[in-house]
Structure formats: structure tokens, C-alpha cells
Design a protein. Structure first.
Lengths: 120, 149
């Protein structure tokens, strides 16, 4: 008789690929440097995508914050930003778990593909 | 007269190195450049591009005006993303604009193109987020998700 699979204690939605890139960029930059512009540049650099829009970065970060995966705060306004503040982002524990889960899934997929290639 | 003095004072106080400017009077009228340094109260060392070469000129602060990012593009962003989040996004666009404008190999034209391009490619995600917010689709999705958990 098949056993019922146990539900994880804190279920986390699967991350989309772009969400995973945004979370990865937030982690690599650290809380002192992770704001919209730097996250945008880091995602472009890491993902090697030609076009990443700032709007997509912001809407993704807003969604991740609503899910409780990141938190944000506003710094002081600066002149080179037209007197507008920077909004910094930092990963929450749930965000770290979601990112680890996404990495584990990618590793499992890579392993499965390697096995299939070996068989072929 | 008083309003002219106030205007001059307001403009003078806001200059900073790296700021993008447009020359308003004199033989260089209409040219755009970048502030290199602020000398005293009313003199600016400005870098402009002449015959595809960067040239440094000394100008009075009343002869120049700050180059603004495209108003129509800013309006589009604020229409779709209001509040502090919209402000932070506009701040990032301004930062990118000035960063490109400061680069002597790229200049204001390229900065303006980058700004418009970023706004254009941001329209789809921002519009979708706006539609979800306005129609309550996002709230409905969250409610369904909580029930299913």
C-alpha cells in the first residue's frame, strides 16, 4: 500500500526561474548593497540575459515581499536619484529555504539528465 | 526680480559633480554636458562633447539648467506604480540615467535612450501588476492559495 507523502512543515511555493535569479542576486550583494539598481545589474550579469527590465525586478521583489521571502526598507534620499530614496532588500529565512529548495530541484533535474545521457 | 533671485539661489544650491546639465545661453546653447566640479558659488566646470571629443568649459551656473529625465516616461511609471515603491523605481531610473550621462563615451543621448528603453520594457510587468492590484486578482489568488494550503 502506498504511503501518504508527508507535507512539509512550512510549505513554500515553488520559485519561478526569474524569482530565483532575483533572490540569488539579493544574496550575493548582501543587505548593504542590494537595492533595485544593483539587483538589476547583478541579475543581468548572472543570468546573462540581454534585457532585464527594472520594472520586472521591482514587481518580482514586491511579490517576494508579499510572500514573506524578502524584507525591504528605505534609506535616505540622494541627489543623484533625484531626491528619491533607495529601497534595500534582504532575504528572510523563508526566502533562504525557498532558494535552497529551488537549488535542490535544479540539482535533481541535472542528475536525472546525466543519468539519462549515461543510459543513452 | 525677487523671484529671479530666488530661482537662481534654488538652482545654485542643487549643483553637484556628475550632474547632467543643458546649456541655456550663449554660443553653446542647447548642448548637454556633465558637471565636473562646482567652483565657489556660481561657477561650474562642465564637460561637453565637441567634435566627438570631451571638452571642459567654465560656465556660470545661471547659464545652465539641470537635464531632466523624460517627463512622459516618469508619468507612465507613476501611473502604474504609485507610492514609495514607484518613487524607489524612479530613483533607480534616475541613477542609471546619470550614470550613463556621466560616461564621456555614452553621453546624454544614450542615457535618454536607456531611460526610455527601460520604461518601455517595464510596461508589461508593471501593467500586469497594476491590473491584478486594481481588479483584486492578486488578493483573490492569495485567498485561494491560503485555503488550499
Amino acid at each position: 500500500m502506498p504511503t501518504k507523502q508527508e507535507k512539509p512543515q512550512h510549505p513554500i511555493d515553488n520559485l519561478g526561474q526569474f524569482e530565483a535569479w532575483v533572490l540569488t542576486a539579493t544574496v550575493t550583494l548582501g543587505p548593504e548593497r542590494a537595492y533595485g539598481m544593483t539587483i538589476h545589474e547583478e541579475v543581468e550579469r548572472l543570468s546573462k540575459r540581454l534585457v532585464v527590465s527594472l520594472g520586472a525586478i521591482y514587481t518580482t521583489l514586491e511579490r517576494l515581499e508579499r510572500k514573506g521571502l524578502v524584507k525591504s526598507w528605505y534609506a535616505d534620499a540622494t541627489t543623484d536619484r533625484g531626491g528619491r530614496p533607495r529601497r534595500y532588500f534582504q532575504l528572510e529565512a523563508a526566502g533562504q529555504r525557498a532558494l535552497n529548495e529551488a537549488l535542490a530541484q535544479s540539482a535533481a533535474m541535472a542528475s536525472a539528465l546525466r543519468t539519462a545521457e549515461d543510459i543513452a | 526680480m525677487i523671484s529671479a533671485i530666488r530661482f537662481a539661489l534654488r538652482r545654485r544650491s542643487s549643483w553637484y559633480p556628475g550632474q547632467s546639465i543643458r546649456i541655456e545661453v550663449g554660443p553653446l546653447k542647447g548642448m548637454e554636458g556633465v558637471v565636473l566640479s562646482v567652483n565657489g558659488h556660481d561657477r561650474l566646470q562642465v564637460s561637453i562633447t565637441l567634435l566627438q571629443r570631451p571638452v571642459s568649459v567654465d560656465l556660470g551656473s545661471t547659464c545652465v539648467h539641470p537635464s531632466a529625465t523624460p517627463v512622459e516616461a516618469r508619468f507612465l511609471i507613476l501611473l502604474l506604480m504609485r507610492g514609495p515603491a514607484g518613487d524607489a523605481l524612479l530613483g533607480c531610473l534616475d541613477e542609471g540615467f546619470h550614470k550613463i550621462a556621466r560616461d564621456p563615451e555614452l553621453g546624454i543621448g544614450r542615457a535618454r535612450f536607456w531611460y526610455w528603453f527601460q520604461v518601455f520594457v517595464s510596461l508589461r510587468p508593471l501593467t500586469w501588476a497594476f491590473v491584478k492590484r486594481v481588479t483584486g486578482l492578486a488578493a483573490a489568488y492569495e485567498a485561494i492559495r491560503k485555503v488550499l494550503k
